[in-house]
Design a protein around this ligand. Sequence first.
Ligand code: GDP
Length: 313
Amino acid sequence: MDGGVVAISGGIGGAKLALGLYRVLPKETLTVIVNCGDDFDHLGLRICPDIDTTLYTLGGLANTELGWGRRDETWSFMETLGALGGETWFRLGDRDLALHAERTRRLAAGESLSALIADIAGRFRIRAAIVPMSDEPVRTRVQTSEGELAFQDYFVRRRCAPQVSAIRFEGAARARPSAPAAAALAAHPAALILCPSNPYLSVDPILSVPGLRDLIRGCGAPVIAVSPLVGGDAVKGPTGKIMRELGVPLTAAAIARHYQGLLDGFVVDERDPDPGDLGCPVHVTNTLMKSLEDREELAREVLQFATRIGTGR
Ligand code: GDP
């Protein structure tokens, strides 16, 4: 594929495909624009869960046993904090903590999130651009049966138990696309991939940044979304639960409709029913990424699908 590839991603589900893309594409050609709606301040530290998941995944540092956080992790800080009576509902490993402390220090010194993440990605020897959706704060707030909750209160503290009625992105109106995100989209990428992330909690915050949707639409590349549903439900996490609670059918077709006006192609898992006419080409395949080979194979297929759509224009 000639030209760069831009992936739009949340955390764990999106980073699986981002890793596949990273491994099959020539180095320095992938840009991953990552959700920052989950970011929050905790224990005096700025935590960016989706960016860090992407850094650890592409840097070969991810904790594959836990499915989140860093590998070779130790937990002395958490244990000691617990013994002191501190808040332990959000688990921070010792190695992970160093990234939060360093990020907090550099942000307080005036560095932008984009610049410091680019530097850290370089230190992890990652030869792809990992870029925040915005350098301005956008915070996901979830309206639930228990009132409005900050994202991590809903997601981690309450383990997604409250019923969701609406989601909003505080600060979005004042946010701008980060400079590296805008630059990657303006550089005529060859493909734009919406990774199989949670559309409501991971992709929508990105699309809520004024100007980003137009940059995606205007970037000239085929825009391909990969459904996060496998066999009629989410692989992990609250995507299915939220769709039911919002009264949306739990189908790949509903995911495609959610991205209406953006898509040039849609990738559906082979275990799901035919989504019918979506107004764009559909590619049916195995999208369940258990192994590294699965991630690479899906990445190759998505890129070939994008090339076919691009050349057919
Ligand atoms: P989070 O921010 O950590 O919740 O991660 P994402 O929003 O990026 O990913 C969550 C979504 O990833 C869920 O809807 C899952 O169904 C989806 N997901 C996870 N693993 C896979 C997979 O192997 N294949 C597909 N198609 N979707 C997956």
